[in-house]
Design a protein around this ligand. Structure first.
Ligand code: ZN
Length: 259
């Protein structure tokens, strides 16, 4: 499932092809993915920007219409791909290009909004280390659960939470509120550095993820714990352990990551 670095990579791959372009026609062969039905008529509208919003994509059109795209497990926004049975929406542009939303399992969605999206916590890059530490102090939940919570912080999912906690030397079951200010701020630094590196490597391609041009990411080659159960920790050599926290597979090094 795409997380912040993958959403940012998709936004960057699509922006040069979409921004300033007008939509000539929109079609929705997969009504199930539409939220806020019926979809508004957006023909003639122009793309103003393509942004990430947490793990989601925000397509900003003129006339104050926003399309919030949740990719879910298998959703993809693809430019000039051939339509198939899994194409749920298609936008024909005045450039002659076509943007498709393809989603095999249909856990994704297109949500037409009349105003800014609400309900999610801050983006990790918008938050200072001190503000992050303060938010963390108010949470009684375990670190893994806290960081997966999109109302706490938007954009991190299973992969990047595990990777950030290893880089910060923190145990996934540690209580958020018990962290010292110093360790909490170091965790914020680890998150920002991790996401910056992952964006530079164009995200992690574990299963289905590709960017808007169909290209895979490369950050899976830099994972230190995610998917490495039983393999030696790259820092200390101890085998990486997998446990289940809040029904999510969680990977960590028992020697490097402490409470
Ligand atoms: Zn280790």
């Amino acid at each position: 499932m795409p997380e912040l670095p993958e959403a940012e990579t998709i936004a960057r791959s699509l922006s040069p092809h979409l921004v300033g372009r007008r939509i000539e026609a929109a079609a929705y062969p997969g009504q199930r993915v539409l939220r806020g039905k019926p979809a508004p008529d957006i023909s003639g509208r122009q793309f103003v920007s393509i942004e990430r919003f947490g793990k989601q994509l925000l397509l900003r059109l003129d006339g104050d219409t926003l399309i919030l795209v949740k990719l879910g497990m298998t959703g993809a926004l693809l430019l000039d791909a051939a339509p198939d049975a899994y194409t749920r929406a298609g936008f024909t542009l005045d450039s002659g290009s076509r943007l498709l939303f393809r989603d095999t399992r249909q856990f994704g969605s297109l949500n037409f909004l009349a105003g800014e999206p609400t309900g999610l916590g801050p983006d990790p890059f918008e938050l200072s280390a001190a503000a992050f530490a303060q938010r963390l102090r108010a949470k009684q939940t375990r670190l893994k659960v806290t960081l997966l919570n999109q109302q706490f912080l938007r954009g991190l999912g299973n992969i990047y939470v595990d990777e950030a906690l290893h880089r910060a030397g923190l145990h996934p079951l540690a209580r958020a509120s018990r962290l010292t200010a110093g360790r909490a701020e170091a965790l914020h630094t680890a998150i920002v550095e991790l996401l910056t590196h992952a964006i530079a490597e164009r995200g992690s391609s574990i299963s289905d993820y590709v960017d808007g041009s169909g290209a895979r990411g490369n950050f899976q080659n830099f994972h230190r714990v995610y998917g490495r159960e039983g393999q030696p920790c790259l820092h200390c050599g101890e085998p990486i352990v997998r446990l289940v926290v809040a029904q999510r597979g969680t990977h960590y090094c028992p020697a490097c990551q402490t409470r």
